[in-house]
Design a protein around this ligand. Structure first.
Ligand code: ADP
Ligand code: MG
Length: 769
């Protein structure tokens, strides 16, 4: 007890004790010489010898670390530092290792993955994009080969056979999204052999905070085309006739629109005097709302373009036409109606899964990132994950200057250019971080006007940007980048080859300039962490203004009436409080959104699991056949006489799977509408939307399996056996003719939760001091 309390006093609150791990790493060091003498095959044999012991005792772990270190030295020319071994041990104990940028997480992760594999579990090393999955797998392949474990990688372009082969390896490197899409596609398998993903084992997540917190609620969606989709009535004409102010109100940042009471009455009158808010008119309310969104909030040539008679999205954060991406929830159809285009072939959502749910499937999770402590609470709350703070190999000597706060954005922008120009004139490499693509373009234009030539990155091409960012530390380099551009690549002083290192170090190393704070201090730290890697010299400074979005959105009531210098610089510490406060409010809102979305998804996840369990019994067992044999005995017997038992069993499986899948995608559509409808109905009525949601969603979920079975039995009794066997198409069984997958990243209005919680901002910002 006392020891525990003492320990808690010395370590960072919320993180696990590193002392036991350091002791094991030190023990590994004492074995280094002995291991050095082993021939390659002896080394592999020694690793294989650890398999039997389960790799749990400190002794075995130390031996494994020594062997892993030696293998890395031989195959990669890099000898893992003690702190990297601490990272390995943190990962092997199922925790999140916090290791700064450039500390060598790729290598630590690769050794840990091998350790997990030796324990007999399949390991998925999950990365944030295709480029990193492939890069890390190929980079670490010689190490894994010497350690006697197999590895592979999956990317967007991988074929089903390539995927199966990669997933069959002990260690698979893959982007999170591809694993999610494979999971969803497997949902449609009608033959056991068509399944691609094996049972989940260990998830080792790179950039764990991005994946587990920032992207946790991003839905990965599988959609399919349906030949006979019911047309959704479009209310484009009606929406066009409504007047702003009188009939509907938009919020400040034009991301949300609502009917006013007068508007609702106008719509009700136009639709023949219905009660728009009655439960039975949910479909109509939703469709009207979508039409209003399409009419008022989405602007042609800004949010979308019309090309070849079709609506193509312009992705806000990426500034380009998004391939294959459609707006969710019927919005696409509403925009098509607004533009009087023929509706594109109806697609319906067959299933979707959030990143959090995907990760939740793995019985063991661990991860690594430079910034974990700031989200310690969320990692514990949502994933039961603890953090180990791994110290840097060499102490960080980066100079983080205090913020420079300006009264206006214009003053700040002038100062940004001046600061960049001064550093650049001295040959110092500069990385300027912006909040989004548009801000990057604006900054680049201003720099060019000042006679500078920046390289601009905005997360369009992961591989190309990795090459550019690797050179961002070269003498005189000037790079403008959004938050996620060039992710996973570290910046070496003196360029990718380090040729000019001394000259750059003498100039002060890389200077990181933030042009405003992000909505979380963690993202600020990620940008800062680009400088001062592995004990390099470097610096960082954020130039912010009281007109920044963060302040006007999250601390709208705060005003500053004090002094400013001629250049607009504010030195008053009280004013600096405002930006920090705004950031904390923003972080609180993001957390509430996460929590709330999770609450909704939790129930859906439970219902999905029930349907999937039944699906599995049908796919791999004889649950389908036995259902029909019991419930339609006579028909079953006569079909067996005509077509044989095997043919009937196969038809039964396909038929029951079909009805299960149908019922599930209908249920998802119902839930989506229910949520939207409840959100609209409970606005201003003081109802708890979650309670209202559950009131309807729970019983609907209970009906899923009985309904699917009833439907399958009913369809089965219409089946006939002809000369070509059993005709399933005649019983309405029709798989989607095409499927596609997408990520809902760029919902132009924000998610329902974001809209619901916009109100919270005002609330939270009033509870001050
Ligand atoms: P992180 O993911 O932690 O930001 P990386 O895994 O990308 O860092 O590694 C950063 C750089 O450090 C790479 O160039 C890698 O080759 C190098 N590196 C990692 N570990 C070692 C080591 N033990 N010795 C020498 N170089 C290393
Ligand atoms: Mg990395």
């Amino acid at each position: 007890m006392l020891r525990d309390r003492l320990r808690r006093l010395v370590q960072r609150p919320g993180s696990a004790d590193t002392a036991p791990l350091s002791a094991v790493a030190a023990a590994a060091g004492r074995r280094e010489d002995a291991v050095r003498d082993l021939a390659d095959d002896e080394l592999s044999a020694a690793v294989a010898g650890l398999r039997a012991g389960g790799l749990t005792s400190d002794d075995d772990l130390a031996e494994f670390c020594a062997l892993g270190r030696e293998a890395a030295r031989r195959t990669l020319g890099e000898r893992p530092f003690d702190v990297q071994l601490v990272g390995v041990l943190a990962l092997l104990s199922g925790r999140v290792a916090e290791m700064a940028t450039g500390e060598g997480k790729t290598l630590a992760g690769a050794v840990a993955a091998a350790g997990h594999a030796l324990r007999g579990r399949r390991v998925h090393v999950l990365s944030v994009n295709d480029y990193l999955a492939r890069r890390d797998a190929e980079w670490m392949a010689p190490l894994h080969a010497l350690l006697g474990v197999t590895s592979g990688w999956v990317g967007q372009e991988s074929t089903p056979d390539e995927r199966r082969a990669a997933y069959a390896a002990d260690i698979t490197y893959a982007p999170v999204s591809e694993v999610g899409f494979d999971l969803l596609r497997d949902r449609l398998a009608v033959e056991p052999d068509a399944v691609v993903l094996p049972e989940p084992g260990i998830a080792l997540i790179d950039e764990a905070d991005s994946v587990l917190v920032d992207e946790a609620m991003v839905p990965l969606v599988l959609a399919g085309s349906v030949a006979d989709a019911e047309p959704v009535p479009a209310y484009a004409d009606l929406a066009r006739r409504l007047r702003p102010g009188r009939d509907y109100a938009t919020d400040e940042d034009a991301r949300n629109v609502q009917l006013t009471p007068a508007g609702a009455r106008a719509v009700e009158a136009a639709l023949g005097g219905i009660d728009l808010y009655a439960v039975e008119n949910l479909d109509t309310l939703t469709a009207v709302n979508l039409a209003l969104h399409a009419e008022v909030l989405l602007h042609r040539d800004v949010d979308y373009i019309v090309r070849d008679g079709a609506v193509k999205l312009i992705s806000e954060s990426r500034g380009r036409v998004a391939l294959l991406q459609r707006w969710p929830d019927g919005l696409h159809a509403a925009v098509e109606a607004k533009e009087a285009l023929t509706a594109s072939p109806g697609g319906e959502i067959l299933d979707s899964v959030t990143v959090q749910e995907l990760i939740g499937r793995y019985p063991v999770r661990c991860g690594m990132t430079g910034t974990a402590m700031a989200v310690a609470g969320q990692l514990r709350e949502f994933y039961g994950l603890e953090i180990v703070v791994v110290p840097p190999n060499r102490p960080c000597v980066r100079e983080d200057e205090p913020d420079r706060l300006y009264a206006t954005a214009d003053d700040r922008d002038v100062a940004v250019i001046e600061t960049i120009a001064a550093a650049h004139a001295a040959g110092r490499p500069v990385l300027a971080g912006t909040l989004d693509v548009a801000a990057s373009e604006r900054l680049a234009r201003r720099l060019r006007r000042a006679g500078l030539e920046p390289v601009v990155l905005n997360a369009k091409n992961d591989a190309g940007e990795a090459a550019v960012i690797a050179d961002a530390g070269a003498y005189g380099a000037l790079t403008v980048s959004t938050q996620i551009a060039g992710r996973g690549t570290d910046i070496r002083l003196g360029g990718a080859d380090g040729a000019d290192r001394d000259r750059v170090a003498a100039a002060g190393g890389l200077l990181v300039i933030g042009t405003g704070h992000y909505h979380s201090s963690r993202l600020d730290d990620q940008l800062r962490g680009r400088a001062g890697r592995q004990g390099d010299p470097g610096g960082s400074v954020f130039l912010t203004s009281l007109q920044d979005d963060l302040v006007t959105r999250y601390a709208p009531d705060e005003t500053y009436k004090g002094e400013t210098g001629d250049d607009g610089l504010i030195t008053d510490k009280g004013a600096h409080w405002i930006t920090g406060h705004a950031q904390r409010v923003a972080e609180g809102v993001d957390l509430e959104i996460h929590r709330n979305t999770w609450r909704y998804n939790h129930l859906i996840g439970l219902q999905r699991a029930e349907v999937l369990a039944e699906r599995d019994r049908v796919l791999r067992g004889d649950a389908g056949d036995s259902l029909l044999r019991t419930r339609a005995a006579d028909h079953h017997a006569s079909l067996v006489d005509a077509a044989g038992a095997a043919a009937v069993a196969a038809a039964a499986r396909t038929l029951v799977l079909y009805h299960l899948d149908r019922v599930w995608s209908d249920h998802l559509a119902f839930l989506a509408e229910l949520r939207e409808g409840i959100h609209l109905r409970s606005l201003g009525r003081g109802l708890d939307p979650l309670v209202e949601f559950n009131r309807e969603a729970v019983p609907a979920g209970k009906r899923l399996l009985p309904t699917a079975r009833d439907n399958a039995v009913a369809a089965f009794t219409t089946l006939t056996a002809g000369p070509d066997g059993i005709d399933l198409a005649a019983a309405g069984v029709q798989r989607p003719s095409a499927t596609w997958t997408y990520i809902v990243h760029d919902n132009p209005f924000g998610t329902l939760d974001e809209r619901a919680f916009r109100g919270l901002v005002t609330l939270l910002s009033r509870k001050r001091r």
